[in-house]
Every structure is written in structure tokens, then in C-alpha cells.
Write a protein that binds this ligand. Structure first.
Ligand code: CKU
Length: 608
């Protein structure tokens, strides 16, 4: 496996060096960096923090909106003891297209800003002088990038991006960069599939290594007590009286993987493993064969100043707010999040719908409005380049995402696209089939797959929902259509639509419904944009959800206000948050809390 995906952990045999900090930085308006030899070192005096997106540091508008090539540089010294090891450079997220140079040599080219890539640098590293890492990034959007959009050149010669999606096109080294030093004989990947057997469990495992040396697996409980062991690269681990991973009641076993030679440990790696199953039966989603009702949000990785940058303090605050409000789940809209967030979700027992950055597959720079009102749009999937290059990038991103996240108990489903055009062209069908099939091939657990469907994707019109294991709906009756006084009509449409979905016989969940709300604006009677309109809007939706047996999940849009491209429908960003961008509650937060705290986990499932 060329691209080692395992999360880098420090163990008896492995070391990790975090290269976070201030990196040199340069914009490259004319893409002349290579000609000017930037790959050997950039001449700039500007420095920016890594990880972060660059946009919100500067006071100049042209820097915030910068589109094109830009460069980063840092350096490190190598320890001579590494000579007998493998030295990998791991980028946790470089948005969106990266070319990496170490000591002037190109060592990697990677497409996609939200998944990691690892480069072996044994052959270029220097032990007698400083090593220079230079990264060229590009943040232009097109029909072949994930996410999609277009890039234009203004009359003054500067480029500008037009996202086909509703979040700011934050870019840069948005996640950490680390050196990972592993033994030459090492563990490359692990697959785990759990089965429940009365009070006990069986875990089918496979360990991938680059050696024929012996592999051992030991399993420890949370008290560090050894509860099971096995020898061999493949096998079955049986645990008695298994403590299962359950929503908001997580239990994690520590799986230790070892390579041994002549009774010596050659490599050691750990995974925190939640033992649980995920399945679908009729219109219910089952965790450990028990029906679950999902409560939570569509979110963003978005915070002031850091932009889309990895922000552990904000992640911590978000989890505390999610627990406070009675949520048990969220969707990683609209891209795979930082790996550390999945670790927290594993520990806290949150159920995640893991989404690919396949957003904007609908030709419209007014995506939010056009998608929500089902405006006529040029079919995206008709384009030759989409069927070839975009699909290739999409499948590659899918592979990286599944391999990265497959061992997280928190990941209960995959969202392969958000609001694609599934009515405009029949050519969407083979494109979707390729993704859905590949997802099952890649995922040892074969988790449920779906995509978030826009309003145009109605039960009688959508060409692709038949591929979904469960249905995810983004609906805005009462906002983009039938707003304000007319919301009553919108709710009738919602009810009528759900009558049709009920007949499909699959679980249906709402992955978006919401309305822009300015914190502090309250009106009697309510008006759109006021806090009490948001409350009435949610109450209206929930009454309808409660009538329909197939609705098994509700994730309002959005957890918090977030930054978007500026425009006439956005006031300093999208204000559909139930919390503000600095994570303070709007009135709706208290209403959702009251509802969610009273909805049992098996709501509409088994009658107790
Ligand atoms: C949201 C059909 C609407 C699409 N949905 C996508 C999401 O990214 C937007 O932020 C709409 C909105 O308009 O707030």
C-alpha cells in the first residue's frame, strides 16, 4: 500500500514529530513559483500558522479572496538513528491540490484537501544538513475538483473562485503535518468486522504488513486487563461478556497489534475499538440490532480566524454543546473532518454520517437557492469530463476516506455526495453505481450508503435514491419556498412528500432543514430571520416527522453559523446555526434540547 493511512501514533516502535507552527508563505499570482525555483525555498518574509486556512489572517481583501497557486515552507533536522527506519511525511489535509518538494525534489502530488496522504522520504532526506519541505497548493475550483465550482479571471487579471456550494472556499495547510518514523517492517493497515453472539462477540480481523514476521493481536479492556489474544495476520478474536459500543454510552477496547521476530517486538500499533454492528431492517437503522433514532446536526469545521483549520478547542466545545442539547449524532457535512474529531466521537458515543467532499455537483453558483427551489439547471453528469476525470477523483477520495475511517465505531454510514443533480441526466446513474459499489468493496463492515438529496430529488423523480440503503433529505419548505406566513403550505408539501417516501420502505432521515436566524432578533408575530421564526419552523417540521413512521432521524441545518462566499442572501455568512459562530445558543437551542432529551434512543422502534 503506497499511501499509509493509519493515524500516526507514538508507540514503543514509532515516533511522531509534529511540524505545526509558523511556516513561510507566499502567494504566486502568475504561477511562476517553479520558474523562480520556489521548490528549493520561497523568498517570502510572510509567515502563517499551520494548521489553519490562510484567508482570515490578513486585512487585505485580495489576500482573503486569493485564488491560484500559493506556497508554504518549513524545515527540520533528521536524527541519525532514523537511518534504519522508514521516514514518512504525512499531510493530514492540504486544500485543495498539493505538490510537495523535499530538498527541492518533487515527492508527491495530491488532489483533495480533506484527506491525508503520506510520502516516504527515505531517499531524499539529508542527515548532515537541514531538510527543507516546500508545498505548492492550488485552491481553484472546477468541475473536476471535490468540492466543485469554477474559477474566473477578473478584468484586473486576478483570479476568483465561484463555489457551487455554500461555504467559504477556505484553503491552505488546514490540518497538521507530521513526520512519522516507523520500523522498516511495519503494520500498514487493519480491517475489523464485528459479530454479536449472545453476550459475546467475535471480531474478524486482518492485519496488513510488509513482512512475513509473526503478527500478534492483544485486546485490553478499559481497565487495561487482557481479555483476548490471537496470532496470525488473519483471525477471529472472541470476547466474552462483551461491553458493546452504544450511542452516548461508548465502550472502547484497546487492540494492540504487534510484529515480532525472535521474541522481540519489531512494530507495535494501537487502535481504540468500539464493538458494535450497524444494519438496516425495513425502515429502521439498527445499532447492535436495536433501532436508533438519530438526533443531531449537519455541521461544518468552521471557526473564527482559523477558518477551516483544525481547531481542537472548538471541537471540544462543540461536543460539550452536542451533549448538552441531547444530540447523539452528526453528519460531517460537507467533507471528511479532522481525524481527531472521530476519536472524540468514538469516546463520546456519537453516531457519524461520514460525508465525502462531493458537494456542488450541480451547475449553479447560487447552489443553495437553486437547489432548494429546484430551479432548472444544466445537467452536471452529462459532461464527458465529469464521467472521466471527476469520477476518477471521486473514487480516489472515496477510497482514501473509507480506508482512513473504517475502524471508527462512530462512523455508522457513508454519505457519498451532497445535493447532486439526480434528475437532469440519466448519466448520473452509472456514476452513482460506480461509487456505491466501490464503497461496499472498500468497507469491510459494509456500512449503509446514501447521499443527501435536494428538493428536486423527489421520490417519483430521483434517478438515484434506489441505490441508497437509507434516504437522506435536505428540505427548506418554509425558507427558500413558502417562507414566512406561507410556511403552513410548505408544511403540507412536506407532509405530502413524506407520504410518498413512507411507501419506499427505507429509513428516511432529515440531513438538512433550517432557516437563517439573526441572534438577538425576536418579533411578535414572528418574521423570517427572527429567533422565534426558527423555533416555529422546527416545531412545524417536528410535528410532521412525528406523524411519519419512516422518519428515523433529524439533523437540522446547521449546528452553528458559518462563513460563506459573500452575496445577497448571506449576511456575513450563513446564519442557520442553532448556535452562533462563537457557539452561543439561539432560542431554538433550548427548544431542541427539550425535545431531544425526551425522545428515547429507540423512538419509533421497539415499543417498550
Ligand atoms: C444550505 C438544498 C439546499 C442545500 N443546502 C446545502 C448547504 O450547504 C447550504 O448551506 C442548503 C443553506 O442554504 O443554508
Amino acid at each position: 500500500m503506497a499511501n499509509k493511512m493509519l493515524y500516526p501514533r507514538q508507540t514503543l516502535t514509532r515516533s511522531v514529530i509534529d511540524l505545526s507552527g509558523m511556516w513561510k508563505f507566499a502567494f504566486d499570482y502568475e504561477s511562476k513559483g517553479n520558474e523562480l525555483n520556489y521548490q528549493n525555498g520561497i523568498p517570502s518574509k510572510i509567515e502563517v500558522p499551520v494548521p489553519a486556512s490562510f484567508a482570515d489572517f490578513f486585512t487585505e481583501k485580495e489576500f482573503k479572496e486569493y485564488t491560484g497557486d500559493f506556497w508554504y515552507e518549513t524545515s527540520f533536522y533528521a536524527d541519525k538513528s532514523w537511518k534504519s527506519k522508514d521516514i514518512d511525511l504525512r499531510f493530514f489535509g492540504a486544500a485543495h491540490v498539493a505538490t510537495v518538494y523535499v530538498n527541492g525534489k518533487e515527492v508527491a502530488y495530491h488532489h483533495g484537501g480533506f484527506l491525508p496522504f503520506t510520502i516516504n522520504i527515505n531517499d531524499v532526506i539529508k542527515y548532515d544538513e537541514k531538510n527543507i519541505i516546500v508545498v505548492k497548493l492550488n485552491n481553484e475550483l472546477s468541475h473536476t475538483t471535490l468540492p466543485c465550482g469554477e474559477s474566473l479571471v477578473m478584468k484586473n487579471g486576478k483570479k476568483v473562485t465561484k463555489p457551487y456550494f455554500d461555504f467559504f472556499n477556505y484553503s491552505g495547510l488546514i490540518r497538521p503535518v507530521k513526520l512519522v518514523i516507523t520500523p522498516k517492517s511495519s503494520i500498514l493497515d487493519v480491517n475489523l468486522v464485528h459479530e454479536l453472539n449472545g453476550k459475546n462477540s467475535k471480531t474478524n480481523y486482518e492485519v496488513f504488513t510488509n513482512t512475513n514476521d509473526d503478527v500478534y493481536v492483544n485486546v485490553f479492556d478499559e481497565d487495561e486487563k487482557l481479555v483476548a489474544s490471537s496470532k496470525g495476520k488473519k483471525g477471529v478474536i472472541e470476547i466474552e461478556n462483551t461491553k458493546l459500543w452504544k450511542p452516548l454510552n461508548a465502550y472502547l477496547y484497546k487492540f494492540e497489534f504487534l510484529i515480532e521476530k525472535n521474541n522481540e517486538i519489531v512494530d507495535q500499533y494501537f487502535l481504540n475499538v468500539g464493538i458494535r454492528t450497524v444494519s438496516i431492517k425495513g425502515n429502521r437503522i439498527l445499532i447492535n440490532n436495536e433501532p436508533v433514532y438519530l438526533k443531531g446536526f449537519g455541521k461544518h469545521e468552521d471557526s473564527p480566524v482559523s477558518g477551516r483549520g483544525y481547531n481542537l478547542p472548538f471541537a471540544k466545545r462543540d461536543f460539550e454543546l452536542l451533549k448538552w442539547i441531547g444530540a447523539n449524532s452528526f453528519r460531517t457535512s460537507h467533507y471528511p473532518y479532522s481525524e481527531e474529531i472521530y476519536d472524540i466521537a468514538d469516546k463520546e458515543g456519537f453516531m457519524l454520517i461520514d460525508e465525502l467532499p462531493a458537494v456542488g455537483m450541480l451547475v449553479s453558483t447560487r447552489n443553495a437557492v437553486d437547489a432548494a427551489t429546484a430551479a432548472k439547471i444544466k445537467p452536471f453528469f452529462d459532461e464527458e469530463i465529469v464521467q472521466t476525470v471527476t469520477l476518477k477523483n471521486h473514487l480516489n477520495t472515496l477510497e482514501e476516506c473509507v480506508i482512513r475511517d473504517k475502524n471508527h465505531a462512530c462512523v455508522i454510514a457513508w454519505s457519498l455526495l451532497n445535493e447532486p443533480d439526480t434528475v437532469g441526466s440519466k448519466k448520473a446513474v452509472p456514476y452513482f453505481e460506480a461509487l456505491f459499489n466501490r464503497c461496499n468493496e472498500l468497507d469491510p463492515e459494509k456500512r449503509p450508503r446514501s447521499f443527501a438529496a435536494i428538493i428536486a430529488s423527489q421520490p417519483d423523480r430521483c434517478l438515484c435514491t434506489h441505490l441508497c440503503d437509507f434516504i437522506m433529505l435536505n428540505r427548506y419548505y418554509g425558507w427558500y419556498t413558502e417562507g414566512g406566513y406561507e410556511i403552513e403550505d410548505g408544511l403540507v408539501r412536506l407532509d405530502e412528500e413524506l407520504d410518498k417516501w413512507d411507501k419506499v420502505g427505507k429509513p428516511v432521515m432529515f440531513t438538512e432543514y433550517g432557516c437563517d436566524t439573526m441572534q438577538g432578533v425576536t418579533r411578535l408575530p414572528s418574521v423570517m430571520w427572527s429567533e422565534n421564526y426558527q423555533v416555529e419552523y422546527f416545531d412545524g417540521y417536528h410535528k410532521i416527522f412525528d406523524k411519519h413512521e419512516s422518519v428515523m432521524g433529524e439533523q437540522p441545518w446547521n449546528f452553528a453559523d458559518f462563513q460563506t462566499t459573500e452575496g445577497i442572501i448571506r449576511c456575513d455568512g450563513n446564519k442557520k446555526g442553532v448556535f452562533t459562530r462563537d457557539r452561543e445558543p439561539k432560542m431554538a437551542a433550548f427548544v431542541l434540547k427539550r425535545r431531544w432529551e425526551n425522545l428515547p434512543i429507540n423512538y419509533k422502534g421497539k415499543k417498550d
